[in-house]
Design a protein around this ligand. Structure first.
Ligand SMILES: C[S@@+](CC[C@H](N)C(=O)[O-])C[C@H]1O[C@@H](n2cnc3c(N)ncnc32)[C@H](O)[C@@H]1O
Length: 174
């Protein structure tokens, strides 16, 4: 079982989303965390920020595509900023029993979609990684993004939140 995607070293955050996952979800305005190499092949959004820009320090706008760096505390910071922004789709590993999900993902989101099969992400050299040790989920912030997932044709199962959604007003972790 390859669990490289969750190992905390500097190189392992460079796992890039295959275009066939992003494209059917419609046009995104912003990818706040990517690299020039990733962007050159998956064109994730109209505008993007890299580590050099520091997407966490920027103002986010429009519909956001988020596959955050899988390293703490950065992943939690990006996910909290996404919850505050509340418009877009996040791609995360399918491991939800942690504080981040209970504090500001489950209370805010519109739906979670469990992708069937495992995504083999791309590395900066263009090669695909091995099958990872966990599946992936798409998390919809906003009803429009649930609808985009439903219409995408991506195979999997969606669960919609029946809880009254809470709008996160201020940061709870910073
Ligand atoms: C898991 S990869 C996903 C890349 C892209 N979003 C995608 O879907 O293919 C996370 C990316 O975030 C970048 N990154 C790390 N820290 C960042 C920061 N503070 N601001 C912007 N990007 C960052 C990494 O260099 C890496 O390219």
């Amino acid at each position: 079982m390859n669990t490289d995607f969750e190992v905390s070293d500097k190189t392992t955050v460079e796992w890039y989303t295959p275009p066939e996952i992003i494209r059917p979800l419609g046009e995104f305005d912003l990818d706040p965390c990517t690299s020039d190499i990733a962007y050159s092949f998956n064109k994730s959004a109209k505008t993007y920020f890299t580590k050099k820009d520091d997407g966490l320090s920027k103002e986010w706008f429009g519909r956001v595509w988020l596959n955050p760096p899988y390293i703490q505390p950065t992943i939690t910071q990006f996910m909290e900023k996404m919850a505050l922004h509340n418009n877009g789709i996040a791609l995360l590993y399918n491991r939800s029993d942690n504080q981040m999900f209970h504090s500001f993902i489950f209370p805010v989101i519109d739906s979670i979609f469990f992708i069937k099969g495992r995504i083999r992400f791309y590395r900066p050299d263009g090669k695909r990684g091995e099958q990872p040790g966990a599946g992936s989920i798409l998390i919809a912030f906003g009803k429009n993004n649930t609808e985009a997932i439903e219409q995408s044709g991506i195979v999997g199962h969606m669960f919609k939140s029946i809880n009254k959604k809470v709008a996160l007003q201020t940061s709870i972790i910073f």
